[in-house]
Structures are given as C-alpha cells and as structure tokens.
Design a protein around this ligand. Structure first.
Ligand SMILES: Nc1ncnc2c1ncn2[C@@H]1O[C@H](COP(=O)(O)OP(=O)(O)OP(=O)(O)O)[C@@H](O)[C@H]1O
Ligand SMILES: [Mg+2]
Length: 577
C-alpha cells in the first residue's frame, strides 16, 4: 500500500504528508473537546444536574474553531504535496525523454507518454495529497480515540478498536481484484489513445481509401471495450464502498451496543454513553475515508507502475564528445541492421570531405537514407566505424552533432505559425535580409512576395503550402542554420525540374565552402559531385566522379542509362504534345 519507489521519487513529499497528518490530528483533538463538552451538556440536561456552562461553552467554541482551522490547514498542506508531486514527476518524465532522445518511441507510444504525463500524474496527486496522509491518520486516530474511550468503558473501546482493522482487510481483498482490473483499464486506455491519435493523423489517407468507416468501427469496438472495463472499475469501487460502509457502521453499532449494555449494568454513566455514541463513528471514518481514496490511489499506483517502466528504461550511454571544427564525416567498414537480423548496410566505407559535394546514389531501398541516419547519430548499433573527425558519432553529444550537421529530408517538419517563425528556428538571430536570401536560393521568395512575405501564416504542418513549397521552405531554413555539414536526402523530390536545377546550383555553391552530402535518386543532380558513391543492396559498388563511374561501374552506367532513356522519353512526349 506504500510504494517505496514513489516515496523515493518525491523525497520532499513525506514532509508534506506528515504535516497533513499533524493537522488532521489537531482536528481530531478539537473534535474530542467539542464532543466531550457537548456530551456533558446533554447528560446534565437529561439528568437535571448542574453544568459548567462557561467551561463547556469555551470547549465547544475552541473545538469548532480548531476543527475549521485544522481542516483548512490540512487541505492546504495536502495541496502543496500534490503540486510538488505533479511538478517533480512531470519533470522526471520530461528529463527521461530528453535522455532517451528520438528513440523513446521504440519503447513507449507517444500517446501513452502524453496520458502518463497528464492524467497519470494527476492520479499520483491523490496518492500523495490524500491517500498517504490518510493511511497514517487512519491508524493514529483509532488509537488516540481508544485512549479517550478506554478509561470510560474498556469493553466498548476494545470492540471499537478491534472492528477498525476489518476495513483494511476488506481493502486488501479488493486490492487483489482491483489491481488486475486497473492494469487492464490502463492498457485499454493507452491503446485507445494511441489508435485515436494515429487515426486522427492519418485521417486524410483513410478518407482517400474509403477506409475511415472500417476504422470508425474498430474505434467503436475499442471504445466499447474501454467502456466495459471502466464500468467494471466503477462497479468494483461502488461495491467495495458498500462493503466498507457495512463494516464501519456495523462496528460503530457494536461499540454503541456494548456501551448501552454497560449503562444498563451501571458501570458507565450517561455522559460516558453519549460520548462513546458520538465518538464511535470517528473510529471508523478515517479508515473508511482511506478506503475511498484507496481507489483513486490504486489508479495512481497503476499509473505509477507505467511511469516507472518509462523512468527505469536504461539510459543510452552518455555522449560527451564534441566535434572539432573542420572535422569531416567518414564511415569505415560500417555494417548495420535495424532489427538485428536483416543487415541493410554491408561494410560501407565513405568519406564526406569538409568542403565539397559528395553524393550517394542507388535504387530505392539500397540503404542511402540509412547512411544519413548513421552519420547524424540516429542509430547507434552499427559495427565498424562512423566518425566525425576522430570521434565515433555515437559518442558525440546530440546537441553538438545537431549543430554541426543539418539534414534536409523529403518531409522535414514545419510548424504552425509564420514563415519567419519557422526560419528563426534554424537561426534566431537571422535578419530579414538573410531570410529573404535563403528563400531566394530555395526559389520560394517570389511566391512569398505574392503572399504576406515573412509573415505569411502556415497552418499545422504547413498544410496550406504545396509539397514542393514545403520542401523549399525546409531547404531555406536549413541554409540559415549555418552548419558545417549539410545532408540533403531527396530534398528536392517534390520540386519541378527547372526549380530543382536552380536549387542544385545553390547546393553546388554551398559546397564551395561547406561539406555537402546529396542523396538523390536523380543522377542528373549529382553529375558535378567531387565523389559519387554507388550503393547497391547495402554495399558500395562504385565510387568516383560521374565520368569515372560511367567508365568503371556497370551499375552506375545502368542507372544512368535507365534515367536518360526515361528523361528522353519524357522530352519526346513533351514535344509531341
Ligand atoms: N526504421 C527502419 N526500421 C527497419 N527497417 C528500416 C528502417 N528504415 C529503413 N529500413 C530498411 O532498410 C533498408 C534501406 O532503407 P533506406 O531508407 O536506407 O533506403 P533508401 O536507399 O534511402 O531508399 P529510398 O530511395 O526509397 O529512400 C530498406 O530495406 C528498409 O526496409
Ligand atoms: Mg531514402
């Protein structure tokens, strides 16, 4: 019922918990004063004896004031504990994700991370803010009341005290059932969230293929499963509340019966009997309250299990190296497999000199993008060496690697906001003039001038731009980044031939003072490269300039001829039309 890992996660929380318990205890003492005074007033009214009005009045007033103040204070401290817990847990999750880097998604779905950070943490709040203090208080309160009642009527005090632990027994039995149902609840919840997110993101594709109705059905089925498990959780909670109420009320009734019996026998006076009757429920209320927090706390603990699963994932080895200025990328005898079974690169050796245009060509699936992924530290599990200067890429800190090398892919991410916002990501200090220059190089300036210039608004993922315009903007952004190395992976695949040629001229110009690696299926783009590597099924089958490769590499010649004939066919068709 107390999770040590959770306590260790939020070290300060224990202090808050004890403070809450202290204020609850002050409330209990105030309540006993109040009940004591009220009982003696009632007893003397019934028996017609004198009552010490002054003392009783003061005790009642103090009792009421004490109860109000302590309730407020307990609430306040418990709120502080909750706020602390949420803040700390969310920070831990965030820091963990940063340490895991882009690979976090291998181990946990994004939707689950979102759910854990939001709702999971909210449920932990109840665990620390209410459940834990109540756990201590529900043990302390019956013992304190026992000390009050025992001198008046020992048998009643014993009966009341003995009945209290029946509630935790019920709780433990429920816990056994609850744990299973709650684990299922969280699994279903995460799965539903995951599919919902995916379906939402892929909605246009689903519409295009008319597959939205089937997905709709599938989500309905999943939602129905989730409803069922939610109802199971709720009914378990309601049933357990009924059982706990029966135990609590039954226990109080037993205590009161013993007290009445003692009055009849004359061993307890009327004051004592009223006092026991009024306090008997207080024996059970804290434990009963614990029972109702228990369900939310159980939810929190189920969430905590998942949070710890994330927090306890092994951290990737720390990367501390920084690239020396002028360092160049090289791969030596590098082999790599994504899944540990099928090797997609075999003993690849390439060099990307610090200045100049290098190219990798090859048919689709030959491993070109995988080379870019390895060079930029996207995957670590290679054999052989992938170096930037003297350091292995896998040892270089991600931030310095990202600053050193910029990749432009077919689908680079663009954010909602203005064109300026997106460009400023690469270089917050860039002036308007520099931005326009980069846009000019990427052949997007003319279009933007017809819009609102740098203040042109972009919808989410730049949905209001064409595919080609998106690529141009991503290209302009990369140019502003002022990295030492640029990797263009099919960066112009959506762009018409004329603009592509214009952009490739800019890339060539860039290569006069930077390292540029162009990955392209279109060989015409790379004829000017200082060195071209030809990739075939994951192996380098040729390297050299365009002229050298035409002579020496049959695979390159094949690719070149195939593309030439395609393009000539295109030109002939164009002329015919
Ligand atoms: N994330 C991944 N997980 C598992 N396998 C992958 C992953 N990415 C690529 N692959 C596999 O690795 C091989 C090489 O893929 P890669 O993306 O490097 O090819 P490519 O030459 O860039 O192709 P294209 O010209 O189509 O972009 C392919 O067989 C592909 O199935
Ligand atoms: Mg690729």
């Amino acid at each position: 019922m107390m999770d040590k890992r959770l306590l260790a996660l939020v070290p300060n929380a224990m202090r808050h918990v004890l403070m809450t318990v202290m204020w609850q205890f002050v409330g209990l003492v105030a309540n006993v004063c109040f009940v004591w005074a009220a009982s003696s007033v009632l007893a003397s009214l019934v028996e017609g004896t004198d009552v010490q009005t002054m003392t009783c009045g003061v005790l009642i007033a103090l009792g009421l004031a004490g109860r109000t103040v302590s309730a407020r204070m307990a609430q306040r401290v418990s709120f502080e504990a909750s706020a602390d817990v949420k803040r700390i847990t969310r920070r831990r999750i965030y820091e963990k994700l940063l340490r895991l880097g882009p690979h976090y998604a291998d181990d946990i779905a994004t939707a689950e991370v979102v759910q854990l950070s939001v709702e999971g943490c909210d449920q932990l709040e109840t665990y620390f803010g209410q459940y834990l203090p109540q756990l201590f208080y529900s043990v302390l309160a019956p013992l304190a009341l026992f000390a009050v009642v025992a001198p008046i009527c020992p048998p009643a005090a014993v009966v009341l005290l003995v009945c209290v632990p029946l509630i935790p027994v019920v709780i433990v039995i429920i816990q056994k059932i609850a744990k299973r149902i709650l684990a299922k609840y969280w699994d279903q919840y995460a799965a539903l969230g995951d599919n919902f997110l995916e379906n939402l993101q892929g909605l246009s594709t689903l519409k295009i293929y008319g597959a939205d109705a089937a997905r709709h059905e599938q989500m309905n089925r999943e939602a129905e499963h989730f409803r069922e498990v939610t109802m199971a959780v709720l009914s378990m909670q309601l049933n357990s509340i009924i059982v706990m109420d029966i135990v609590a009320l039954g226990g109080a009734a037993a205590g009161i019966s013993v007290a009445i019996f003692a009055v009849a026998r004359g061993s307890v006076d009327l004051f004592g009997a009223i006092l026991i009757a009024l306090l008997s429920a207080d024996f059970f209320i804290p434990m009963r309250q614990l029972g109702s927090y228990f369900h939310v706390a159980m939810n929190g603990m189920a969430a905590a299990d998942k949070i710890f699963r994330l927090l306890e994932l092994p951290d990737p080895a720390e990367r501390t190296e920084t690239p020396a200025s002028g360092a160049h990328f090289s791969m030596r005898d590098a082999s790599f497999s994504y899944d540990g079974e099928r090797e997609v690169l075999h003993h690849v050796s390439i060099d990307v000199p610090a200045v100049g245009l290098t190219a990798v060509v090859g048919e689709s699936g030959s491993g070109k993008s995988t080379i870019a992924t390895l060079l930029t530290g996207g995957e670590d599990g290679y054999t052989g060496s992938v170096c930037l200067g003297d350091a292995q890429v896998r040892d270089i800190a991600r931030t310095s690697l990202a600053r050193y090398a910029t990749t432009v892919e077919t689908a680079s991410f663009l954010f909602q906001g203005t064109v300026r916002d997106n460009l400023a990501l690469a270089n917050p200090e860039a002036t308007d003039e520099q931005m326009w220059k980069a846009l000019g190089v990427a052949a997007l300036a003319d279009y933007l001038r017809t819009q609102e210039g740098l203040d042109t608004r972009l919808e989410a993922q730049a949905a209001n731009l064409s595919g080609g315009q998106r690529q141009r903007l991503a290209l302009a952004r990369a140019l502003l980044a002022q990295s030492s190395v640029y990797i263009f992976d099919e960066a112009t695949s959506n762009i018409d031939v004329e603009s592509e040629e214009h952009i490739m001229e800019a890339v060539q110009a860039l290569a006069r003072y930077k390292a540029v690696l162009v990955i392209s299926h279109r060989l015409a783009n790379v004829v000017g490269a200082q060195r071209i590597y030809v990739l075939d099924h994951g192996s380098v089958v040729g390297e050299g300039t365009h002229g050298e490769l035409l002579e020496s590499c049959p695979r390159y010649r094949e690719l070149w001829d195939a593309q030439r004939s395609l393009e000539q066919y295109g030109e002939v068709r164009h002329e015919e039309n």
